[in-house]
Write a protein that binds this ligand. Structure first.
Ligand SMILES: [Zn+2]
Length: 363
C-alpha cells in the first residue's frame, strides 16, 4: 500500500503516449509478428500455460496432437477432437486477432476506446466493447492488490452515458441515486448489517480539516442545489480547484452531487454512511482526491464519459495504463486464460458496486 510520504505521481500531466503515431508503429510491429489468423491463434495457444488446461473433452487425456494455428486438437487415446478455446476465456471467439491485439496493446499500456478499436481492426463497435469489458473484468479481479474502495458517487463527473440501468428519461447519473436508495432501504431492513455499523467510522471521516478552497465551497453550498458553473462564478476559483474541493467534500460526506452537475450541502452523516474507506488504507484524503481526479481525467480524456454501470471496468483500464510492471508482456494473456469463461449474460448483468476500487499502487 501507499506510504503517506511516498510522493505519488498522479498529479503529473496525463500520459498521452497512446497517440496515433505510437499506435501506428505498434500495429506495424504486431502485423509483422502475427500476419495471419493462424499466427494469432498459435500465439494464444503458446503464450498461456495451456498444457495444464488443454485436455481431451471426452477422456480428459492431456495427450493431444495439434497442428500449427489450429483451434482443434486430436486426442491420442480416444481420437476425438477438442477445441482448445472451449470452456475458457476465449470460448466462442469468432477470430483470435482482435482479442490477441487488444491484450497485446494493453500489455504495452496502450488503452484505446472501443470506437477507435473498432475502426482499427474492422470489427463492430459492440464486439470491440465486449472485448474491452471482458478483458477489464479479468483485470478487475486482481485489483485487490493495488487499490482502495471509494464511493462510486465521486466519479459522477466521468458519467454521462446511459446504460440499461438508467431510469427512463433521467440523467445517466440517476443510476447512482437509484442504487443509493436501494442500498439504504436494505440497510434499514437490516439494522445489524456492516452498512449500519460503519456510522462511527464515517463520522470520523467527516471530522476533517478543510483547506481554504474547500471551506470557501462549503460556505457557498446550501440545501438549495447549485450548479457547478454558478459555483465557479461565486467562488472565483478555477474549475480544477473547485472540482478537487468538491471531490474532497463528497468523500467526506459534506456535499452531494445531484443530476445535472448540481451540488447541495450535506449536514448529516447520512450520506457518509456509505463513504467508508477500508481500515488498512494508509492514504490521506488529499492523495485520494488526486487519484480520483486523475482517474476522472483519464476516463473523460480517453472515453469521453461512460455509463455508471461499467465504471469499475474503466477503473481497471486505468490500472492497465498506469501500472509499470504488473501487466507486462504475457501476464494479461495468462490471467485471461486463468480466469475462465465469461458469458455475455454475466457481462450484461454486471453493475459496478456503490464502493468501487481505484488504483493506488502503480507497480
Ligand atoms: Zn480423448
Amino acid at each position: 500500500m501507499l506510504e503517506p510520504d511516498d510522493s505519488i505521481s498522479f498529479n503529473k500531466p496525463l500520459r498521452t503516449h497512446a497517440n496515433e503515431a505510437v499506435l501506428e508503429f505498434l500495429m506495424q510491429l504486431f502485423n509483422a509478428q502475427f500476419p495471419t489468423e493462424k499466427d494469432c491463434l498459435e500465439e494464444l495457444y503458446r503464450k498461456a500455460d495451456i498444457k495444464k488446461l488443454f485436455r481431451c473433452r471426452y477422456c480428459k487425456s492431456p495427450d493431444i496432437t495439434r497442428e500449427y494455428g489450429d483451434r482443434v486438437g486430436k486426442c491420442k487415446h480416444c481420437k476425438k477432437m477438442t477445441w482448445f478455446t472451449g470452456g475458457t476465456f476465449f470460448h466462442h471467439i469468432r477470430t483470435a486477432k482482435p482479442w490477441l491485439l487488444a491484450i497485446w496493446l494493453m500489455e504495452r499500456r496502450i488503452i484505446i476506446s472501443s470506437s477507435r478499436f473498432h475502426q482499427l481492426v474492422g470489427i463492430s463497435q459492440s464486439s470491440a466493447l465486449n472485448i474491452f469489458k471482458k478483458i477489464t473484468t479479468v483485470v478487475e479481479s486482481h485489483m485487490q492488490e493495488a487499490s482502495v474502495k471509494v464511493p462510486s458517487a465521486v466519479f459522477t463527473f466521468a458519467i454521462c452515458k446511459r446504460s440499461r440501468e438508467t431510469p427512463a428519461k433521467k440523467h445517466p447519473f440517476s443510476e447512482e441515486e437509484e442504487m443509493e436508495k436501494l442500498s439504504s432501504a436494505e440497510a434499514s431492513q437490516n439494522p445489524a448489517s456492516d452498512h449500519h455499523t460503519s456510522k462511527a467510522q464515517a463520522a470520523k471521516t467527516t471530522d476533517m480539516k478543510l483547506d481554504r478552497n474547500e471551506q470557501e465551497i462549503v460556505d457557498i453550498l446550501s440545501t438549495e442545489p447549485i450548479h457547478v458553473d454558478l459555483l465557479c462564478q461565486r467562488s472565483k476559483l478555477p474549475i480544477n480547484k473547485i472540482l478537487a474541493a468538491l471531490t474532497m467534500l463528497e468523500l467526506a460526506g459534506m456535499a452531494t452531487r445531484l443530476a445535472g452537475d448540481r451540488y447541495i450541502r450535506q449536514h448529516t452523516t447520512e450520506l457518509a454512511e456509505q463513504k467508508v474507506l477500508e481500515p488498512h488504507t494508509a492514504i490521506s484524503n488529499q492523495q485520494l482526491t488526486h487519484i480520483v481526479n486523475s482517474t476522472i481525467l483519464f476516463i473523460r480524456h480517453k472515453f469521453h464519459g461512460i455509463s455508471r454501470k461499467f465504471l469499475q471496468n474503466y477503473l481497471a483500464a486505468y490500472w492497465l495504463e498506469f501500472s509499470k510492471t504488473r501487466w507486462k508482456s504475457g501476464s494479461l494473456l495468462n490471467s485471461c486464460w486463468q480466469f475462465g469463461p465469461i458469458s455475455p449474460k454475466q457481462i450484461c448483468a454486471y453493475i459496478s458496486p456503490l464502493l468501487v476500487r481505484v488504483l493506488v499502487n502503480q507497480h
